[in-house]
Structure formats: structure tokens, C-alpha cells
Design a binder for this molecule. Structure first.
Ligand SMILES: [Zn+2]
Ligand SMILES: [Zn+2]
Length: 507
């Protein structure tokens, strides 16, 4: 049996559970293994000594000789997509591998991806519902905190502060999510408007401060290439004191400490989990009662099971909805639902608070008052009965995607040309678009672009992209194979062309 999980270090409990049940028969595969250890695990799988393999994405390639079952846990998770080198989606390949091995594959999730949902709706997959939560209580209802009209000074609303107070004074624990690391994402000069940008990516630098430090210093970091520079309190152009705007997990932690000086707080994000085993250490400390509040990025929403978490709170996810990506709403819905599942797993009911400036957004409306869209003649869901609580969001999201021609109702390929010379990269992209379109620019397969990528520059390379869009996957495959020579041709000196089929990352 092969069990795939999104990121093994984030779910140490799951691996332990398999080991407790199957003992020495369990092999574990992930990117943190040394080559020698990986080799040893592969030999045990190959020899049939390990009958259960728990692995991250690349565990898909475990050398089983007889495979009886594949389980893909949290099938909606984007970390199954390998985004560079050999691009593949481990969930989709798991379905292919199961077909080759003639064995069943189970895609598990509380928040199905649009693709898997539609596959079930159209009868290609069988939908099996878990009608009961593994814990005694139902998932708590989600409460929205409307932030409109309030000064953005503190990341903690009055509602959130008082919910935290109640939780802490009852001896409970709280998980607080903010999906942005660092101290503050924006540093600006109010005197002359100077902003601090990465010299090779052109994006804003994020202020990071020493942990627990209230000093003026710290450094400005680029989250895309690792560039950093010291943070100076005065503007280099005009000498005015710079302004530090917005929040990151470190600043949220600071606000929590200010509001609750007695509480002990742990932070889990990419900055506090660089050392091997640090995820498990933070989670162990939280479980053992060394801290009452766990604050962090989406890492804190993964399938952790802490019975005494009574409050799960989202400080804000609105910035995720502004990204130019049609899967935003799906990602926000999954993130909030996953986090909500962390609360109230013990004997005491939990609460879930979500702060937002967009309470009318359909994602939030479906989270607090789930409703099914009006029946449509061609609505998805014909293969099974819809349940509002689980399905309202996906059903309405799928209607929108169908209208707008987004996956799963279209197949996409993203072509990206990158190079240090912007005009050359743009010209090459334009040329490629013309060659691909050929004499039939208005066929059933459309070539859109060139456009500048949303991240227009990354590590000093300018990025332009084309999106190839077809309503039918088979058609797209044939169309591409007729043009394979064009895609294999080098795009020009100093330029790189990447081809991403079923892209998850459109940035
Ligand atoms: Zn200035
Ligand atoms: Zn950069």
C-alpha cells in the first residue's frame, strides 16, 4: 500500500500512526532523507519487506512490485505538483499508476479540488462520503468578523481578542492563522514615496526582525530570491522616517504578546522551521501545554489533532483573494475549512473566527451560510445528491468556472519564456505564439498572449507567458503533439522556455 501525504514534516502524527499499526513494515520516503537512507528504504520496498510506504510527492515512484492500494491524503494540496524540472502532479499520476497496477486509488480530503470534484460529478470517480467526524463533536460553525470601517492598526479585532481571552481563561488553546510570514510586508517613505524593492525581482521587500526583538533594525528580504539588505529607519532618498505597514506572522505574534503578556506563544512558519525536525518540535511543545497559542502560516491548518484547541482564528486571508489566479477562492475555502477542523476536537465545543474586509465574497458566504446554487439544467452534481454544508461552495464555484471556461472545464498549458533581456524574451514569446497559431488563429485550441507574467521579473529574468486553452484534453494533446518541434526548439540565446501542462501556479 502506498500512502501519499502533502508534506511529511508537517504531519508527523500520521506517520507515527502507520508505524504504530504496521510496525517494521512501514517505509517512509521524503526529501529529507540522505541518499543512503533513501536507498535502504527503496531496497526494503523492492524486496517486499516494507508493505506500507508513506511518502511525500516523490513517494509515487516507490518501487513496489505488487501494489494493492494507493491513498492520496489531502488530494487538493498544491504541494503534490512538482513545479520545476520534471513537472508532474503526484495525485494525477497516482491515478495513472493505480490503473497500471490494476488497484484502487483513494483520494482523501475534506475540501476536494475542483478537478476531483468534477470527476466525481461526471461519474469518472466514485464519491464516498464520511458522514461522521472522527471526533465526538461536529466541526464548529464559522463566524465572520467584518473589518470594514475599522482602523487597520492592530491585526486583532475586539471580537478576536475577547474570544482569545475566553479561551485562555478557560484553560484552552488557540490556533491563529495568518498566511504571510515576516514582520511587515510593506516599508515605505511617507516623505517622498520611496519603496523598497528587490533589485532582481522588482517586488516589495518584506521586513523581518529578530524574534522577540522590538528594536528598530532587522532586515528587508525578498521572498522570491533570498536577496536581503539591512533595514534602516530613515529613508535613503530624503531622510524621513520610513513607515512599516501591514502585518506578517511575526507582527501578529507581537500583537498577541502585547494583548496577552501572560500567554506563551509559539510561531510556526518558514522562518521558524528551517531546522530539520523543527515542525515536530513546535507541535510537540504545543501539545504538551508549553504554549497556549500557536500562530503561523497555512502550516498550522494541516491535519493536526489537538483535543484542547477551542479557538481557531484567521487574522486575514483577503490578500490571497487578490492574486490573479482562478483557484484563489478554492484555496481560501480549503484553508479556512482545514483550519476550522482544528477546533473543538475534544470534549469542549470550539469556535472559529475569520476576520475579513470582504464578508460578502461568495467564499465567506458559503462558509457561514452554505447554500446550493439554483438548479441549472447542466449543473454539475448529476451523479450524486448535493449536501449544502460540504458542497455549496464547490457547486457554485464550478458553475462560475464553467461559465468562464476555466479548468476543470478547460485544459490549459502554460508556456513561459524567461530571460535577462526583456525585449528579446518578449519577441521570442510573440514569435512562438505566431508559430503556434499558424494559419488558423481561431481554432478550438486558443493561444492567449503573450502577456507579462504576474511576477514580471524573477531573479533578474523577465518572464512572458502564453496560455494554450482547449475545451477538450484529447484535442489539446493532439494539437500539441503536432507542434512538438516548435516547443522543443530553443527559444533563443539566453532565453529559457518552460512548458507546464495543467499549471497550478499561474504567477
Ligand atoms: Zn523618502
Ligand atoms: Zn528577489
Amino acid at each position: 500500500m502506498l500512502v501519499l501525504v502533502p508534506e511529511i514534516s508537517l504531519t508527523p502524527q500520521l506517520t507515527h500512526r502507520f508505524q504504530a499499526r504496521f510496525g517494521d513494515g512501514v517505509a517512509v520516503l521524503h526529501s529529507g532523507l540522505s541518499p543512503a537512507e533513501r536507498h535502504r528504504q527503496w531496497r526494503r520496498i523492492r524486496a517486499g519487506e516494507a508493505t506500507v510506504t508513506v511518502g511525500a510527492r516523490s513517494g509515487l515512484f516507490a518501487p513496489f512490485t505488487r501494489l494493492g492500494l494507493i491513498v492520496v491524503d489531502e488530494e487538493h494540496d498544491d504541494s503534490y505538483k512538482q513545479d520545476d524540472g520534471v513537472r508532474y502532479h503526484a495525485r494525477d499520476l497516482a491515478v495513472v499508476r493505480a490503473r497500471m497496477a490494476d488497484c484502487p486509488v483513494v483520494l482523501g480530503t475534506a475540501t476536494p479540488s475542483g478537478e476531483s470534484w468534477q470527476n466525481a460529478a461526471e461519474g469518472r470517480y466514485t464519491l464516498i462520503r464520511l458522514r461522521e467526524r472522527a471526533t465526538p463533536r461536529p466541526v464548529p460553525a464559522i463566524e465572520l468578523v467584518d473589518l470594514r470601517g475599522r482602523p487597520p492598526t492592530s491585526p486583532l479585532s475586539q471580537e478576536l481578542t475577547s474570544a482569545l481571552e475566553t479561551t485562555l481563561s478557560a484553560g484552552g488553546k488557540a490556533i491563529v492563522l495568518y498566511n504571510r510570514r515576516g514582520y511587515a510586508p510593506v516599508v515605505e517613505c511617507p516623505g517622498c514615496g520611496h519603496s523598497f524593492l528587490c533589485p532582481s525581482c522588482g517586488v516589495g521587500l518584506v521586513l523581518h526582525r529578530q524574534q522577540g526583538g522590538r528594536q528598530q533594525g532587522g532586515r528587508l528580504q525578498c521572498h522570491h530570491c533570498g536577496y536581503h539588505q539591512p533595514h534602516e529607519p530613515a529613508c535613503p532618498a530624503c531622510g524621513t522616517d520610513v513607515e512599516v505597514l501591514g502585518h506578517g506572522t511575526a507582527r501578529v505574534e507581537e500583537s498577541l504578546l502585547e494583548a496577552f503578556p501572560e500567554a506563551r506563544i509559539l510561531r510556526m512558519d518558514a522562518d521558524t522551521t528551517q531546522a530539520r525536525g523543527s515542525h515536530a518540535r513546535i507541535l510537540d511543545r504545543f501539545r504538551d501545554g508549553e504554549a497556549q497559542i500557536l500562530v503561523g502560516t497555512q502550516m498550522v491548518a494541516k491535519g493536526h489533532d489537538f483535543p484542547d484547541v477551542q479557538l481557531a482564528a484567521v487574522v486575514g486571508v483577503d490578500h490571497l483573494l487578490t492574486m490573479p489566479d482562478f483557484r484563489n477562492a478554492e484555496r481560501v475555502h480549503a484553508l479556512v475549512t482545514q483550519l476550522a477542523g482544528r477546533a473543538g476536537r475534544g470534549s469542549i465545543a470550539g469556535r472559529v473566527l475569520v476576520q475579513t474586509l470582504q464578508p460578502e465574497h461568495h467564499v465567506f458566504q458559503q462558509l457561514v451560510q452554505p447554500s446550493l446554487p439554483q438548479a441549472q439544467p447542466d449543473a454539475p452534481g448529476g451523479a450524486f445528491e448535493l449536501e449544502p454544508v460540504l458542497d455549496g461552495f464547490l457547486a457554485s464555484e464550478m458553475l462560475q468556472r464553467r461559465l468562464l471556461g476555466h479548468p476543470p472545464f478547460a485544459a490549459l498549458v502554460l508556456l513561459r519564456v524567461e530571460g535577462a533581456d526583456a525585449p528579446a524574451a518578449l519577441a521570442a514569446t510573440r514569435e512562438l505564439a505566431q508559430a503556434l497559431r499558424g494559419d488558423a488563429p481561431r481554432g478550438p485550441v486558443r493561444v492567449q498572449g503573450p502577456v507579462s507574467a504576474p511576477m514580471a521579473r524573477l531573479m533578474g529574468r523577465w518572464r512572458y507567458q502564453l496560455v494554450i486553452r482547449a475545451s477538450d484534453r484529447g484535442l489539446l494533446r493532439r494539437w500539441l503533439s503536432q507542434r512538438e518541434a516548435l516547443l522543443r526548439r530553443a527559444p533563443g540565446k539566453g532565453l529559457r522556455l518552460t512548458v507546464d501542462v495543467d499549471p497550478r501556479n499561474l504567477m
